[in-house]
Design a protein around this ligand. Structure first.
Ligand code: ATP
Length: 295
């Protein structure tokens, strides 16, 4: 059963085309990660699916209806990228207030325990740390036992422990049959949680596949060196020249270095480093660079 769908959706903000003919389908029981660099269009896509914005073209559906229609959002839980909590209300009061809107809310103590906030029930939200506040904001998406939860960069700004607590809570919800769509720029986060990854770059869906397949795409290393003349080398996805250095993008840096040595290339100042997700996307998508050809 399809819970959320975007069909050839575009969204323009003035001159900026934030989304360009995007297709996305989220089925019941899936845990889908939306991965992409800053400005890729992740929040825009999520905001269209949850009815906060209207597409410029194309069609969005939530539980088979229009996301802007109230009834379509009844079984939806959401944490946007930025949330505000009334600073003078206590944690328990905030949970009670939100719970009151639902027929069968998760009991307060159970919810707070799941998100590592059991000790904070009497604290005013204004006195919480940034990480605790973020966990509370995410916890509130789960209060009403939604069928679909949409989380926009849920763990940005959290320390490692808080992040893991949140991951556990999301996994628990999914294990009980819940459906999750979350955005992130952390490959690690998407790997830890999602089975399926949708990669967005420059407003387009670049890939929609299993975590393992996407890892192959973004698991690219940058091998930089100074060399006068390089022979054609296997496994090079893209080549760039800057200030006398040659940068080779490859999925297997060890093998590339072995090939350089075997080929008898005279090189110096060798550097191998992971490309960031953003760099990998730039390298793999930029129109004016050599198009990658899988080895
Ligand atoms: N309200 C707006 N008005 C004008 N431009 C906007 C607006 N919202 C988003 N944009 C632009 O649309 C593009 C996509 O932004 P969006 O916030 O969807 O990206 P994102 O992938 O969520 O990025 P981030 O990871 O930084 O949150 C960007 O170029 C952004 O500047």
């Amino acid at each position: 059963m399809i819970l959320a769908r975007a069909d050839q959706v575009s969204r323009r903000y003035g001159e900026v085309l934030a989304l360009d003919r995007v297709d996305l389908t989220v089925r019941a029981g899936e845990l889908v990660g939306l991965l992409g660099p800053n400005g890729a269009g992740k929040s825009t896509l999520l905001n269209l699916l949850i009815g906060l914005r209207r597409p410029t073209a194309g069609r969005v559906e939530l539980f088979g209806g229009d996301p802007r229609d109230h009834a379509s959002r009844r079984q939806l839980g959401v944490t946007p990228q930025e949330t505000g909590l009334p600073g003078t209300l206590r944690v328990g009061e905030v949970v009670d207030f939100v719970s009151a809107h639902f027929p069968d809310p998760v009991p307060r103590d159970e919810l707070l325990a799941r998100f590592g906030l059991a000790d904070q029930v009497r604290r005013q939200t204004g006195g919480l740390s940034g990480g605790q506040r973020r966990r509370l904001a995410v916890a509130l998406a789960f209060v009403g036992r939604p069928r679909l939860v949409v989380l926009d960069e849920p763990t940005t700004g959290l320390d490692v422990e808080a992040r893991h607590t949140l991951w556990e809570a999301v996994r628990g919800f999914h294990a009980e049959g819940g459906t999750v769509l979350l955005s992130s720029h952390y490959l690690e986060e998407v790997e830890a949680l999602a089975q399926r990854v949708v990669v967005i770059g420059q407003g387009r869906v670049l890939a929609d596949d299993s975590v393992a397949a996407i890892r192959g795409i973004v698991g690219v290393r940058r091998v930089s060196l100074v060399a006068d003349d390089l022979p054609p080398l296997p496994g090079v996805l893209a080549t760039e020249q800057t200030e006398g250095r040659t940068h080779l993008l490859t999925a297997d840096a060890d093998q590339l270095v072995r090939d350089l040595v075997t080929a008898g290339v005279t090189f110096r100042d060798l550097e191998v480093r992971p490309t960031s997700l953003e760099e990998a996307f730039l390298a793999l998508t930029a129109g004016d660079r050599p198009a990658p050809t899988p080895a």
